[in-house]
Ligand binder design. Sequence first.
Ligand SMILES: NC(=O)c1ccc[n+]([C@@H]2O[C@H](COP(=O)([O-])OP(=O)(O)OC[C@H]3O[C@@H](n4cnc5c(N)ncnc54)[C@H](OP(=O)(O)O)[C@@H]3O)[C@@H](O)[C@H]2O)c1
Length: 287
Amino acid sequence: MKHRRIGDTEVSAIGLGAMPMSIEGRPDEDRSVRTIHAALDAGVTLIDTADAYHLYAGEVGHNETLIARALAGYGGDSSGVLVATKGGHLRPGDGSWTIDGSPDHIKAACDASLKRLGVEAIGLYQHHRPDPKVPYAESIGAVRDLVDAGKVRLAGISNANPDQIREAREILGDRLVSVQNQYSPAFRSSEPELELCDELGLAFLPWSPLGGIAQAGELGNRFAPFAEVAAARGFSPQQVCLAWMLAKSPVVIPIPGSSRPETIRDSVAAVDLTLDAAELATLNQTA
Ligand SMILES: NC(=O)c1ccc[n+]([C@@H]2O[C@H](COP(=O)([O-])OP(=O)(O)OC[C@H]3O[C@@H](n4cnc5c(N)ncnc54)[C@H](OP(=O)(O)O)[C@@H]3O)[C@@H](O)[C@H]2O)c1
C-alpha cells in the first residue's frame, strides 16, 4: 500500500467508499462485512461513510453502524483506520436526498454519529453539502464548534466550490483538512477545486471516481483510451482511472465505492500502477 496525508494523519492512498453497501442495491450484511475486511486486509486505512447512507426512513446511520460492526469484528489491527463520516444530508425514505445545514441539525447529527461509531471523537467529520437555506458560515461554524468541543478530530467539507473552500478555511483555519467533490473521467468540472486543494495542501477526495455505481463497470467501454492503456499495461480500466487520479496531485485520495471484496481489491492495486507522461496526456485529453 502507498500512503498519503489527510491533515496530520497518514492514510492509504486509496480509500473505501462504503455507500454502495447501504443504499439502493445494497448486498446482505455478510457480503458487506467481507468487503470491508477485504479492504482492511489490502491495507486500506480510510473508509468514507455518512449518516445519510441508508435506504429506508428509520435506519439513519445504517452505513456507520455496519462499519463499526465490521471494524469490531475484524481479526487484525484496525486501530489506524480513519473513518470519515458526514452530516448535513438526510434521506426521508422515498429515494430522495434532502439537506439540512442548520447548526442544530449538524450538531445533533454529529452526536448520533459518535454513538453509532462508538468513538470519543470522529476522525474526520465532513459537512456533506451546502444548504442554500442556511448561510455557509453558519453550517461551517457548527463544524468548528464540534472540533473545539473535542467531538471531531479533523474537519472536511464536501460539494464545495472554490469560494466555499476559501470561506471554510477562514472559519476552520488548520482544522480544515479535506475537500470531497465529485470527480471522474465523466465529471471533470471540479478541477478548479482540485487545483485549489493542491495549492492549499488540503486532501482532495474524488467521489464517484469511477463514474458512480451504475456506470463504474462500463468505464472502459465509455472511455476507450482507459481500456487501451489498461490492456497495454495489464491492469483494469478502473485501475487506470484511479492511477490517473493519483497522478494529478499528491493531495488526491480517491474513495472508490465497493460492495464486493473483488472490486475493492482490484481498486487498491491501482497504487502499483505508475502511468507515464504520454499515457497521462492521452487520458487527460480523453477525459
Ligand atoms: N460527498 C458526496 O456527496 C458523495 C456522493 C456520492 C458518493 N460519495 C462517496 O464516494 C464513494 C464512491 O462513489 P460511488 O460509490 O458513488 O461511485 P464509484 O466509486 O464511482 O463506483 C462505485 C461502484 O464501482 C464498482 N467498482 C469499484 N471498484 C471497481 C473496480 N476496481 N472494477 C470494477 N468496478 C468497480 C463497485 O461495484 P460493486 O458494488 O460491484 O463492488 C461500486 O458499485 C461512495 O461510496 C461514497 O463514500 C460521496
